[in-house]
Design a protein around this ligand. Sequence first.
Ligand code: PLP
Length: 264
Amino acid sequence: MANEFPQTLTIAGTDSGGGAGVMADLKTMQERYVFGTAVVVAVTAQNTLGVQDFMALPQKLVDEQFASLAADLKIRACKTGMLADAEHVHGVVENLKRYDFGPLTVDPVMIAKGGAALLADDAVATVRDELVPLADVLTPNLPEAERLTGVKIEDETAMEQAAVALQDLGAKNVIIKGGHETTPDQARDFVLLADGRSFWLSAPRIDTVRTHGTGDTLSSCITAELAKGQDFETAIRIGKDFVTAAIANPIAVGNSHGPLNHWA
Ligand code: PLP
């Protein structure tokens, strides 16, 4: 008899350098022992130095990838990453409403660490109004949380306020990734669950430039754990631990913002 693994889906952009986007998602899913599939929305020319170019695929081809999966596979949990522009955000939302691919984790990817815009400016409103309300888990970093809510986040109280504002927009469970922005020695993230419980996740800050793809790795690990049937709190806690371990043991790839160690 064939082995069965929970099937998961990432809806995102590729990274030719293998460190972020669809590539990081599939590697993470593999490490978490779920079967990973991908709807590619955009293709980037990218390495550890940055994003040199990207192009979104025709929306029709994106729609066809969704239809292919729905016709054959049994997706238990899915995530979104880089969606490029308002047309594609809207198109992905339409597909997510059409098909049941299980709990949705939304990583509202906007700007890569190197500074490249992976989401058009005028698409932020589409993410906020159309995609965030579908999110079972929303995983913004501080700048993304600020753009989505209008809350200026300068301390941890403001992080908590932004999380409430994101729930007001319709997201069910929220994790705001603080990194080390508000606390120099700790990487602290704030979690607000759908039932109103909240907590901080802290890990010692690791001084490294090899952090490319951390957001993708967190959101795809959460997706993998939800596909296995874990509850939201457990999936988020496992995600944080997985990312922390993947940053702690760097691998030598490329000359700048290198990828995480998913084997860690
Ligand atoms: N490229 C793609 C396709 C991504 O999805 C992302 C992040 O979500 C990035 C690049 C940026 O990765 P980072 O900001 O971790 O370098």
